[in-house]
Design a protein around this ligand. Structure first.
Ligand code: HEC
Length: 156
């Protein structure tokens, strides 16, 4: 390869890399920590800690084929949806306005998976249950990437 051709191909590679970077940057959603009133933030933190423990227990049961115990926890994950708690109508409205739409969407999908997981377990579909569990783990991480960047930074 001549010097010029090598330079040209290097420039080509750089251009592709730049384009990829730009595309990635455009595709990546903005990471922004949630700004919630203190009582709501405390509620979310409590729910997260419960979820954290619940998911660990769930894994232990799934890998041992303990379907009933696993299904009971999956039910709880499904029901613990933050917006479904005993809030007054006014509080619920306030909460819905305080949370970004994307957060609500991701939270709903996540808790919906809790119901699907319970169903798969009760139907003795262990492999299906495992893949739903994996999807739920991805949901934890993608919501944290987007809405809890501080939490992820603490782990570095
Ligand atoms: C829809 C969004 C969303 C999903 C889904 C989600 N989280 Fe979170 N999680 C958050 C946010 C936002 C925070 C940060 C709260 C804060 O800043 O204190 C958080 C914080 C946490 C924390 C830290 C609590 C603390 O000590 O402050 C843990 C642990 C946690 N999540 C576990 C999980 C697990 C496990 C899953 C999945 C099984 C999960 N989360 C799914 C949004 C989510």
């Amino acid at each position: 390869m001549t010097h010029t051709r090598r330079l040209a191909s290097l420039a080509g590679i750089a251009a592709i890399a730049l384009l990829t970077l730009q595309l990635t940057a455009r595709a990546a959603p903005k990471a922004r920590a949630l700004k919630l009133p203190p009582e709501l933030a405390a509620m979310l933190k409590k729910e997260m800690l419960l979820l954290d423990g619940g998911m660990r227990e769930l894994l232990g049961h799934i890998v041992r084929g303990e379907r009933s115990a696993a299904a009971r926890i999956a039910d709880k994950v499904h029901a613990s949806f933050i917006l479904k708690r005993s809030l007054s109508k006014a509080q619920l409205g306030q909460l819905l306005r305080a949370l970004p739409k994307q957060f609500i969407k991701q939270d709903r999908a996540f808790h919906g998976d809790g119901a699907k997981l319970a169903k798969a377990l009760r139907a003795r579909q262990l492999t299906k249950a495992a893949s739903i569990y994996a999807r739920m783990v991805r949901a934890c991480v993608s919501c944290h990437v987007r809405f809890a960047p501080g939490l992820l930074a603490r782990g570095r």
